[in-house]
Design a protein around this ligand. Structure first.
Ligand code: HEM
Length: 559
């Protein structure tokens, strides 16, 4: 036994396990809040889950207790494995192959890598396109093949239509009060109908065209203004400009107007636009990947995890306060007779049965969804174009042939096949949503010829589907040519980037229109170059595959 509970030096990738430290030393750490005590009968189990970076699933875990704790855990693990191996399978189909893990934690410790979708894809090479893992006490089936993903989305939809949310997402989505995160129930169907009718469906998108045109002009003006003031070789930060413009578009579609500042009564403060953007978009995106160790051990949910709870609760409270202030301001506008083509105007007149919370969440949903994935896709596309001058030239020539001296618009898109190929290849190679928000198997089902029992979580690894070697030649290569091979229009489902079946992305049309016209306009007006090799670093961060460092490129106006 050690006299002192030795604190283990942890690097980003290190995992530390300590067994057998003295109880008094652990109690000391417990008082300091560094570990938590979990009563387990005669033994003492202390857990410390530390997040060292925002993206890791679990980067450091320290366990201290007596060896008896491990034996007890092993016993329960053995019982559980025995029960699952000997339980009856009604269809006599084989079980999904398992990735070997360790008792108690299952495969959790192997997932400390910053990008679980990459680990999942690596495992698929050994265990096949469908396998199962254990994350703590839950069993998860991982699918990394287009064919089986389609089976899950379409044929077996009835058994896999609900969502499994992490503790962070439960709070941030107000317990599934959003189209994208709800179960497939009456609420989902009603609110999806509203969002399609007023914001995202083809007719609604026609009505919001004016907002997209404003966005394109603003973006172009800002890039030209940058050139005027930039010194030679100064790089533009595209993300800063594009993200801000997308947020403006989201506000115009949702609330009727962009926002400059806002008095937030509940917080007794006035916020500027950047602060509003942080509260509505940046913080919830980061919050959604916060790890609560109780996600993996639901039977320990009675143990408080105060730091995590406070962080997420604060995000929720601040977002609610800002949304309430925005709604109040726009209710006043509408009452004064100023009606606008916006989601809030629509919901207040057509969806009066929504509760206050449902109204807040319904309006927040298109704001956060508009502001992230489209930016991620467009930034990756511009990175690839800046890195591949020949492809950029070919695109520029295509635009010149089709548009002549006119500015590219949405009407030109049907003739600009190469832009579409670039958009789809970027979705394939950089899968903005690399893993579909987890689904919950709520009744026994079959996938890929295997029995999948009720209670399993399902992770569709879109990144893995898009890297399948038997489907894509040299999958690591970004090569828009692969979408130019046949003469038909490009199939939206080929990359699986937008999911599929009844829960396929409702915003794919908007994302395609904004991303394609922006890419076209930026290449039509400027030549894009990377300054140095440092840009080859393509690490990602976040729930979506945002570039770790924003793209920085040198831009030169075309003659
Ligand atoms: C390139 C950009 C985008 C990508 C790659 C993307 C991807 C996805 C994916 C993978 C899903 C989950 C499908 C499933 O669970 O099976 C989804 C759902 C959804 N997305 Fe997107 N999305 C994008 C842009 C947008 C935009 C701009 C909006 C709205 C402004 C949006 C709104 C939604 C909604 C409402 C759902 C839920 C649909 C449902 O559950 O019925 N998405 N998206």
């Amino acid at each position: 036994m050690e006299d002192k509970a030795e604190r283990v030096a942890l690097s980003d990738d290190e995992l530390a396990i300590r067994i057998g430290s003295k109880k008094s030393a652990m109690e000391d750490l417990c008082r300091k809040g560094e570990v938590q005590r979990i009563p387990t009968g005669h033994t003492h189990l202390y857990l410390s889950f530390r997040r060292q970076n925002k993206t890791g699933m679990v980067t450091a875990i320290t366990i201290v207790g007596t060896t008896v704790a491990l034996l007890v855990a092993l016993f329960f693990w053995y019982l559980r494995s025995y029960a699952s191996n000997h339980s009856r399978r009604p269809n006599n189909l084989p079980r999904v192959p398992e990735v070997p893990g360790v008792p108690l934690f299952g495969n959790l410790l192997q997932l400390k890598e910053k990008k679980p979708y990459m680990t999942f894809t690596k495992w698929a090479e050994t265990y096949g396109p469908i396998y199962s893992i254990r994350t703590g006490s839950t069993s998860m089936v991982v699918v990394s093949s287009n064919e089986i993903a389609k089976e899950a989305f379409v044929t077996r939809f009835q058994s896999i239509s609900t969502r499994k949310l992490s503790n962070a997402l439960k709070v941030l989505t107000a317990d599934k009060t959003m189209v994208a995160m709800s179960d497939y129930d009456d609420f989902h169907k009603t609110v999806k109908r509203h969002i399609l009718t007023s914001v995202l469906g083809p007719n609604a998108q026609k009505k919001h065209r004016v907002h997209r045109d404003i966005m394109m002009e603003n973006m172009s003006n800002q890039l030209h203004a940058f050139i005027k003031n930039a010194h030679e070789q100064e790089e533009v930060d595209l993300r800063k400009i594009f993200q801000s413009e997308l947020f403006g578009l989201a506000m115009r579609q949702t609330m009727g107007k962009d926002v400059e500042s806002l008095y937030v009564e509940d917080l007794k403060t006035t916020m500027n636009r950047d602060e509003i953007f942080r509260v509505l978009v940046v913080d919830p995106m980061m919050g959604s990947i916060e790890v609560d160790w109780r996600d993996f051990f639901p039977y320990l949910k009675w143990i408080p995890n105060k730091k995590f709870e406070n962080t997420i609760q604060q995000m929720y409270i601040r977002r609610e306060a800002v949304m309430k202030a925005l709604i109040k301001e726009h209710k006043r506008r509408i009452a004064s007779g100023e009606k606008l083509n916006s989601y809030i105007d629509y919901l207040l007149s057509e969806a009066q049965t929504l509760t206050d919370l449902q109204l807040i969440m319904s309006l927040w949903e298109p704001i956060i969804e508009t502001s992230d994935t489209t930016m991620v896709t467009t930034e990756w596309a511009m990175y690839e174009l800046a890195k591949n001058p020949k492809i950029q030239d070919r695109l520029f020539r295509e635009i010149q042939n089709v548009c002549g001296s006119d500015k590219i618009t949405e009407e030109h898109l049907s003739q600009l096949r190469y832009i579409s190929a670039i958009f789809h290849e970027t979705l394939r190679r950089h899968s903005p949503v690399p893993i579909i928000p987890l689904r919950h198997v709520h009744e026994d089902t079959v996938l890929g010829g295997y029995h999948v029992p009720a209670g399993t979580e399902l992770a569709v690894n879109i990144y893995g589907c898009n890297m399948e070697r038997n489907m894509w030649e040299n999958p690591n290569e970004w090569n828009p040519e692969r979408f130019m091979e046949d003469n038909e229009t490009i199939d939206f489902h080929r990359t699986m980037a937008f999911g599929g079946g009844k829960r396929m992305c409702a915003g794919s049309l908007q994302a395609m229109l904004i991303s394609c016209v922006s890419i076209g306009r930026m290449v039509q007006e400027f030549e894009w170059k990377l300054k140095d090799k440092a840009q080859e670093d393509i690490n990602t961060i976040g729930l979506t595959t945002q570039m770790l460092r924003p793209l920085r490129a040198i831009i030169k106006p075309r003659d």
